[in-house]
Design a protein around this ligand. Structure first.
Ligand SMILES: [Zn+2]
Length: 451
């Protein structure tokens, strides 16, 4: 597969440290080299299915593939490896089609139809980014610049993106969304949730949902209750009649979750309840944007309604932390957003110590967090939110999977989706230790090598 570009040599755990498996002449197959060309292929999903979009890629070749030369395999399965991350040193993985069929020590690996040596690099499950907003047009660089000059972030800036998104053709919106999906995959993200929320009319939200379902993401969320659009200024109830009625009905076939922005400048507690109740009636999973800019009702309403996640959680009261710890609702932290809006980091340490389940996600959107780098998000989870590297990796893999209720992603063991992230580093700790460095070396998504 492509040109040989050699083993990882950047640290003491590389081949120079004496680990076996990557010495030229000992390889049983090709060495990790250049990624396939052209870039990630995105197969359009069938927009008429109700389940997760069948998007992404098809496996490259029939038969099994043995990946070896893995200095450290993060399985996230304590039954197959050491500690909570289920670590296996000098490991191997066997893929068959879009599934993992075997993981374990290299010396015990079964025979496969082909083998590839990864040059003593760490392999993780692909990132599960459970919160993004990829379907939009335009940018808000000027707003960002003004914010850096001292203007505070406000929910109302979303209106700028709504106007730009309404102003472009569906084909352009799809092109932009696909570019953003490709960007995410190139950063090691293999499971992607994205939301509507920049259309805010029945036809524009329907287009956004259909575009999202076709864009190559795994999960689509309806966020009609993002802000009150200008044509309903002063009449939030009138807008919610639309959101909870015809708009929800029109998007339902494309989406798996419903989300609501519970915040000053967006929707208050009573309005949030109304939206969540409509989502429940429609049989959708529930999510809440809550407690981003100040303490509020978002977290408690999410827990009360059995929401699968409440996202942001930047400002939490003791009561909020207790409510999360005693619930199945995942607290999804968005530290790149906190950074970009100059908010304090979400209290990850406090939540984990209290026993709450957390996820880390990018919140990639043009206003408050225009990055989809989960490598950065994981580093910020450690450097800003007080998590250990182990906790941050879990939050960005199994945590994200829990926040999307996806049973077959976020871990690497037999039966898991063949989503792998190869780091140009010997271990996962390097993600925070070498923050900002280009550590994504190769990516498999649904069994196909895409980077
Ligand atoms: Zn968001």
């Amino acid at each position: 597969m492509g040109t040989v570009s050699g083993p990882y040599t950047g640290g003491p755990s590389g081949p120079a440290g004496g680990q076996p498996g990557a010495v030229p002449g000992e390889q049983t197959g090709p060495t990790l080299g250049a990624p396939p060309q052209p870039g990630p292929q995105v197969v359009p999903a069938d927009p008429h299915t109700h389940g997760p979009a069948e998007s992404g890629t098809a496996p490259d070749q029939a038969g099994t593939t043995l990946l070896q030369g893995i200095s450290q395999l993060v399985t996230n399965d304590p039954a197959v490896g050491e500690g909570p991350l289920g670590l296996i040193g000098d490991a191997a993985v066997v893929l068959d089609g879009d599934r993992v069929v075997w993981v374990g020590p290299r010396v015990s690996a079964p025979a496969a139809d082909r083998a590839l040596d990864l040059g003593q690099r760490a392999v993780l499950p692909g990132w599960v980014d459970s919160h993004s907003h990829l379907v939009f047009a335009g940018d808000r660089a000027a707003e960002f610049t003004a914010r850096m000059a001292g203007r505070p972030y406000e929910a109302g800036g979303i209106g700028t993106t709504v106007a730009a998104t309404r102003g472009v053709e569906r084909t352009e919106l799809l092109r932009l969304a696909r570019l953003r999906v490709d960007e995410m995959v190139r950063g090691g993200t293999t499971t992607i949730e994205t939301k509507t929320g920049y259309g805010l009319t029945v036809p524009d939200e329907t287009t956004s949902a259909a575009v999202a379902a076709e864009s190559g993401v795994d999960v689509v969320t309806f966020l009609g209750a993002h802000v009150v659009p200008p044509e309903f200024d002063g009449d939030p109830q009138g807008y919610l009649d639309l959101v909870c009625g015809p708009m929800l009905q029109a998007v339902a076939r494309y989406v798996q979750f419903l989300d609501v922005f519970c915040e000053d400048g967006a929707f208050d507690g009573a309005q949030t309840r109304r939206v969540l109740a409509a989502g429940q009636r429609a049989g959708l999973g529930l999510k809440v944007h809550g407690n981003q800019l100040r303490e509020g009702e978002g977290v408690r309403l999410a827990v009360e309604h059995g929401a699968v996640s409440v996202d942001h959680c930047t400002y939490l009261s003791d009561r909020d932390v207790d409510a999360l710890a005693g619930s199945t609702t995942v607290a999804t932290l968005l530290p790149a957003c906190d950074l970009s809006t100059r908010q304090p980091p979400a209290p990850g340490r406090l939540l984990v110590d209290a026993g709450a389940r957390i996820a880390l996600a990018s919140n990639c959107n043009p206003g408050s967090s225009y990055t989809s780098s989960m490598n950065l998000v994981v580093a910020l989870g450690v450097l800003q939110c007080g998590l250990t590297a182990e906790e941050a990796v879990q939050a960005a893999t199994t945590g994200g999977a829990a926040a999307l209720r996806l049973p077959d992603v976020g871990f690497l063991a037999p039966g898991a989706r063949a989503d792998l992230h190869v780091l140009d580093a010997p271990s996962y700790e390097y993600l925070a230790y070498r923050v900002g460095m280009p550590l994504t070396r190769a990516v498999w998504r649904r069994g196909a090598r895409v980077v």
